[in-house]
Design a protein around this ligand. Structure first.
Ligand code: SAH
Length: 225
């Protein structure tokens, strides 16, 4: 049953990739990325009442007003990051830990930063229980990246930033990419890819319009007393 649903999710992603081929510039995503999408049990990353549609190609609520992203978008962003087996990557916005789990199958080490402490704790426990041992989640404001572990072979931001945070560009290695939705909250956003070239020059391209929850400033997060 679950396997059929997962296959349907893969078929849906492939369909959406073909449908958006003129925007994303490809007919098919990297095979390794699709294998990772097939392997990660998405139903383990959504709340129990969302399990019935865990493999539908849509976002799902994960509490604290946050969402686990649509599978097509997770696959596309992972593909745009161009992950290599020996890479060390940074994710901003751990949420449920799903994107981190997908990445963990493709690279050597995943660092992920989450601003909401409760989500960070839940995701850490979930990933440990499911055996994703090469992911480390920390609580913090991802606008500043993770200077202690920089530079990275790739950075993916899974919440919409109002601008491209300079700290994240600084923390890219040469040849590395930053994949980030940019735009104001509740306005159309653009998924962008910033690539750092030789000598630190950067090139930026827009891929397609997306809708993400906003990347917030740490001070804006309500802390339970
Ligand atoms: N990648 C997640 C989905 C992310 S939803 C998954 O696979 O489930 C966006 C996440 O970004 C939310 O959990 C939100 O709390 C977090 N976030 C928002 N602003 C942030 C910031 N400044 N730093 C780190 N995380 C942030």
């Amino acid at each position: 049953m679950k396997l059929d649903e997962r296959q349907r999710m893969i078929d849906d992603i492939e369909y959406h990739v073909r449908y958006t081929r003129s925007l994303i510039g490809t007919d098919a995503l990297n095979e390794r990325v699709m294998e990772a999408m097939r392997a990660v049990p998405r139903h383990e990353f959504v709340p129990p009442d969302a399990r019935a549609y865990a493999y539908a190609n849509g976002p799902a609520p994960i509490g604290h007003g946050q969402t686990i992203s649509q599978p097509y978008i997770v696959a596309l962003m992972t593909d745009l990051l161009n992950p290599g087996q020996e890479d060390v990557v940074l994710e901003v916005g751990s949420g449920s830990g799903y994107q981190a789990a997908v990445l963990s199958l493709l690279v050597r080490k995943v660092y992920s930063i989450e601003v909401i402490e409760d989500l960070a704790q839940q995701a850490t426990r979930r990933l440990a229980r499911l055996g994703y041992t090469n992911v480390e989640i920390s609580v913090g404001d991802g606008h500043f990246g993770y200077p202690e572990k920089a530079p990275f072979d790739g950075i993916v931001v899974t919440a919409a930033a109002s601008h491209i945070p300079p700290a994240l560009v600084n923390q890219l290695k040469e040849g590395a990419r930053l994949v980030i939705p940019v735009g104001l909250p509740f306005m159309p956003q653009e998924l962008m890819v910033v690539e750092k070239g030789e000598g630190g020059t950067t090139t930026t391209r827009d891929v397609l319009g997306v809708a993400f929850v906003p990347l917030v400033d740490k001070g804006a997060v309500h802390k339970p007393q």
